[in-house]
Ligand binder design. Structure first.
Ligand code: HDD
Length: 758
């Protein structure tokens, strides 16, 4: 036998591969033939998918859930044989090629190298802002009501257009939590028959800055401190408040997200805004200035701060999960698209408000939002990376009939969104990625470059040409985009300065403050107090109090009191502005679709009642979650009830309302805490399980409706929740309790429970 160990090992490998030399029906010569596949597995290699016609429409998703039949082929892992990237079949992907089972790994392992090389490059740079997001597909149905002001084909009557929407937070990294205090992105890609139109908006109608040249500054200030990279996804730190207290044009945006809009209950319950003023062009060439608004059918609702912070630990994917679950359950979220319209006058102002200043709103009471279409999100992405991560929005993706204005913030965005994709998506061919492909024929003369996937034919990608028959030809002005409205530019000199009309930074924030209900004002005071309380620099706190004094003395005094500092006097006259009631989120009633009802039931609870209530909750388009002491099921036989949350996994933040079906289990402390003598507290049985006690007190403090029947009120009493408090219902049956809860949920929370009332 061979003395050299390496040669010996190599010989052994060769022998094991050669065997007796006979090739089995399948598999590698010398290896036993693979087990016959089970009936559930594919038995025959399938034909490869047909080649995709160059740049045809996005074809990236299989329907929600497991595809069946022909669609099965679209599940990437379902083919019969594993291959490498070159289509060569592989017999083993679990072991590296080694010199003997315990010997060194050989460099010649081509498969190992390819597999690890590809893995090493799976990540692409996250978005520099809006890194954390969630997406969904849907459809936009035009009402046709905008047809008189725009020739955009997708806004003509009864036109349906596929859309993809990505919601996001701004500041945090890709893996950060969902319910941080932040602005939310609301970006929509319309795959229209005239090309892609992107509406890249936020859930707040104004922006921090008036000029894009300040964007790196505001983002550097909001991102974690560069030395230690903390805090993650927070504005509650010195650099942020340093910047916004010095740069007072940020005041309006800042008060918006110190308000409840900074912590939305759900992406499904947010408004969206195009922020800038856009210019619409109609078939006759007439122009109108507009602001775009998305109005959610479910109303605009928020978390409370305490709840938001707990969610970040308990379920950091709260918003992402909420969106996907709602779509999966068929509770498709809907928004109406609306426009505020303004005459396109040379001044580009409306009622004295400069329409080119993106820190301004135009109150809806002065210019009503006119609905022009309905968007329904009805399909979850099937691959997060391919769709949600690779989608590339750009404010310059415009279609005929929609044009830009001279808002200086918009101008810089027109550069930034194209530019950023070069780093993020690795080159200029990102429009060829399936999620970014237009659903209109593409006939460009852009060629080559990184990641080119099109095989362009012909020899003359230039104009004019005679070699390719002079093609392609340009379209007439009536069907083309980028026809600039002939706006007159007054004679001017080149300057680096802002117009005088951009100088008032306080009257619009004051309007926002005056438009809030008492409970919303209290939340705003709480938010500023929290955020500034997290700053280390006294000077920054004091400077911010000065900004607040210039908005409103009550606001300033409230925050100053919380910080233990004197409230300064205003340094500008307080603006005499009328409130805009449309800015308040409180006071109406809304549909309860997709609301989550926790049904807490103990071992002796009313199971029949729970069955009936579950059905009623589902019938009302809401989501029931049964909570019981342990997992598994309650009851037996046909009437067994599946437990969805045990006392260990249930937390109040997941529920919009709570129902108690009988007295929950007598419990014991499960935290592992010990009493003064070192005995485990868990040994002392308490009147109601402490985890349910916590669930109830949290739900109560967060203004959630609570109902009880069949003795469930005992748990309320044990938890110290008054049964006669507003929004606490004790009823004879589960269905009677649910009926009242439903009523209460229509106004989102039991607002009377908050200290100021409203
Ligand atoms: Fe921006 C992403 C919204 C100003 C530069 N922005 C981004 C996204 C949204 C917005 C929703 C995420 C898109 C997605 O989901 O992929 N941005 C806004 C709004 C603004 C705004 C409503 C003001 C009205 N943005 C703004 C300015 C600049 C940028 C002034 C630069 C000068 N924004 C970017 C960016 C991002 C981006 C760096 C990061 C990832 C991307 O574009 O694709 O280009």
């Amino acid at each position: 036998s061979e003395a050299n160990p390496v040669k010996r090992a190599a010989k052994k490998i060769t022998e094991s591969l050669q065997g007796d030399g006979s090739a089995p029906a399948d598999g590698i010569p010398g290896r036993p033939a693979p087990e016959p596949p089970s009936a559930a597995e594919p038995t025959e290699p399938r034909e490869p998918l047909p080649a995709k016609p160059d740049q045809s429409g996005p074809d990236t998703v299989s329907p929600t859930g497991q595809p069946t039949g022909a669609d099965q082929a679209r599940v990437a892992q379902s083919g019969s044989y594993l291959t490498n990237a070159q289509g060569t079949r592989l017999y083993d992907t679990d072991h590296s090629l080694k010199a003997g089972p315990r010997g060194p790994v050989l460099l010649q392992d081509h498969h190992l190298r390819e597999k690890v090389m590809h893995f090493d490059h799976e990540r692409i740079p996250e978005r520099v802002v809006h890194a954390r997001g969630a997406g969904a597909h849907g459809v936009f149905q035009s009402y046709g009501t905008a047809a008189s002001v725009t020739k955009a084909g997708f806004l003509a009557p009864d036109v349906e257009t596929p859309v993809f929407v990505r919601f996001s937070t701004v500041v945090g990294s890709r893996g950060s939590a969902d319910t941080v205090r932040d602005t939310r992105g609301f970006a929509t890609k319309f795959y229209t028959s005239e090309g892609v139109f992107d509406l890249v908006g936020n859930n707040i109608p104004v922006f921090f800055i008036q000029d894009a040249i300040k964007f790196p500054d505001v983002v550097h200030a909001a991102k974690p401190h560069p030395d230690r990279e903390i805090p993650q996804a927070q504005s509650a730190h010195d650099t942020f408040w340093d910047f916004v207290s010095l740069h007072t044009e940020a005041t309006h945006h800042t008060i918006f997200f110190m308000g409840d809009r900074g912590i939305p209950r759900s992406y499904r319950m947010m408004e969206g805004f195009g922020v800038h003023t856009f210019r619409l062009v109609n078939a006759e060439g007439g122009t109108t200035l507009v602001k775009f608004h998305w109005k959610p059918k479910l109303g605009v609702h928020s978390l409370v701060w305490d709840e938001a912070q707990t969610i970040n630990g308990v379920d950091p994917d709260f918003h992402r999960r909420d969106l996907a679950d709602a779509i999966e359950a068929g509770a498709y979220p809907q928004w109406e698209l609306g426009i505020q319209t303004f005459p396109d006058t040379p001044e580009q102002t409306f009622e004295g408000i400069d329409l080119l200043d993106p820190t301004n709103i135009v109150p809806e009471e002065l210019a009503p939002v006119q609905p022009i279409g309905l968007m329904t999100l009805n399909r979850n992405p099937s691959n997060f990376f391919a769709e949600t991560e690779q989608v590339a929005f750009h404010v310059g993706h415009l279609v005929p009939g929609i044009d830009i204005t001279d808002d200086p913030l918009l101008a810089g965005r027109l550069f930034s969104y194209l530019d950023t994709q070069i780093t993020r998506l690795g080159g200029p061919n990102f429009p060829q990625l399936p999620i970014n492909r237009p659903q209109a024929p593409v006939n460009d003369m852009l060629r080559d470059g990184m990641h080119q996937t099109a095989v362009h034919r012909g020899v003359a990608p230039y104009r004019p040409n005679s070699l390719d028959g002079g093609c392609p030809f340009t379209a007439g002005a009536d069907t083309s985009a980028f026809i600039e409205a002939p706006v007159r530019i007054p004679e001017a000199s080149k300057v680096r300065e802002a117009p005088e009309s951009f100088a008032d930074h306080f009257s619009q924030p004051r309007r926002f403050w005056l438009s809030m209900s008492p409970v919303e004002r209290e939340h705003i005071i709480g938010a500023y107090t929290f955020e500034l309380g997290k700053c280390y620099e006294q000077a920054i706190r004091e400077r911010t109090l000065q900004v607040l004094a210039n908005i409103d003395p009550e606001l300033c005094a409230g925050v100053a009191e919380g910080l233990g500092l004197p409230a300064p006097e205003p340094t500008v006259p307080l603006a005499d502005v009328a409130p805009s009631p449309a800015l308040s989120q409180i006071g109406g009633t809304w549909p309860v679709d997709g609301r989550v009802i926790g049904i807490v039931v103990g071992p002796d609870g009313d199971l029949d009642g729970v069955h009936a209530v579950r059905e009623a909750v589902l019938e009302a388009g809401m989501v029931p979650l049964v909570v019981a002491p342990t997992g598994g099921s309650l009851g037996s036989g046909g009437s067994a009830l599946t437990v969805q949350r045990s006392y260990v996994t249930a937390r109040s933040i997941e529920f919009d309302a709570v129902l108690l079906a009988g007295a929950p289990a007598v419990g014991s402390d499960t935290t592992g805490a010990r009493d003064g003598k070192g005995a485990p507290l868990g040994a002392q049985r308490t009147a109601a399980d402490p985890r349910i006690g916590l669930l109830l007190t949290e739900a109560f403090r967060h203004g959630k409706a609570i109902g009880a029947w069949a003795g469930g009120e005992a748990a309320l009493e044990a938890a110290g929740v008054p049964t006669d408090a507003p929004g606490v219902v004790v009823a004879d049956s589960g269905s009677a309790a649910l009926e009242q809860l439903r009523e209460l949920l229509g106004s989102h929370r039991v607002w009377e429970r908050f200290t100021t009332g409203s």
